[in-house]
Design a binder for this molecule. Structure first.
Ligand code: PGA
Length: 249
């Protein structure tokens, strides 16, 4: 049985004061424990704030990106070891905003996933098609190529240390959500791709859905057989919404 993971991707939002309030509300809301794994991914300058506030709580913290390099002359980048040093457990790699605005290729995303694994972090590998790709019937091919690039770099043992997130680009921040069946169909494609590498491990890998997941649609999305959680953007910035999604899980 796979555990459900509800992960908040704060993107480039927040401040020390706003985060303090949001984290306090989330912690208070989960005082009695959560029925699922809960994660927040703040902007990197606030990872240590999360470590301070969340240590010993039911909420884990992670980063939104990581360098593909180990260390050295890479101005502006953060190594996986640094994120581990901030007690991160997870890091998002290959978010569509990184792919679109920073031209991250499948190969680069795979390198980042590998760096994360080598530092003991769980990479949350994001894949997803654009609206045009969906309309051209290319969805399965696109997400397959994106995930395969990562799978090709991993040995079978590492499959137990990754999370996959399906995020249709057209659903991110738009209020448009994939229907539960549309999402389930792609999740099934992704799981069968992992199964081609190792059938047992494929049954254990958590595959999250992301793209306008909200309190009012979370339950039906999370009810699908291959949807094991959510990567939440906008709704992760409001404690009531985020807690409602956690409660739906
Ligand atoms: P959204 O973002 O929930 O605001 O659509 C999801 C994401 O980009 O991870």
């Amino acid at each position: 049985m796979r555990r459900t993971l509800i992960a908040g991707n704060w993107k480039m939002n927040g401040s020390s004061a706003a985060n303090a309030a949001l984290l306090a509300e989330i912690k208070a809301g989960l005082k009695a424990g959560a029925g699922c794994d809960v994660l927040v991914c703040p902007p990197a300058p606030y990872l240590l704030q999360c470590a301070d506030v969340l240590a010993g709580s039911a909420v884990a913290w992670g980063a939104q990106d990581v360098s593909a390099h180990v260390a050295g002359a890479y101005t502006g980048e953060m190594s996986a070891a640094m994120l581990a040093d901030c007690a991160c457990q997870y890091v998002i790699v290959g978010h569509s905003e990184r792919r679109a605005y920073h031209l991250e290729s499948d190969a680069l995303v795979a390198q980042k996933a590998l760096q994360a694994l080598q530092a003991g972090l769980t990479p949350i590998v994001c894949v997803g098609e654009t609206l045009q790709q969906r309309e051209l019937g290319q969805t399965d091919n696109v997400v397959t190529a994106q995930l395969q690039a990562v799978l090709d770099m991993l040995d079978v043992a590492a499959l137990d240390s990754i999370v996959v997130a399906y995020e249709p680009v057209w659903a991110i921040g738009t209020g448009k959500t994939a229907t539960p069946q549309m999402a389930q169909d792609v999740h099934a494609v992704l799981r069968s791709l992992i199964a081609a590498k190792d059938a047992d491990a494929a049954q254990r890998v958590q595959i999250l859905y992301g793209g306008s997941m909200k309190p009012d649609n979370a339950k039906e999305l999370l009810a699908m057989a291959d949807i094991d959680g959510g990567l939440i953007g906008g709704a992760a910035l409001k404690s009531a919404d985020f807690l409602a999604i956690v409660a739906a899980a």
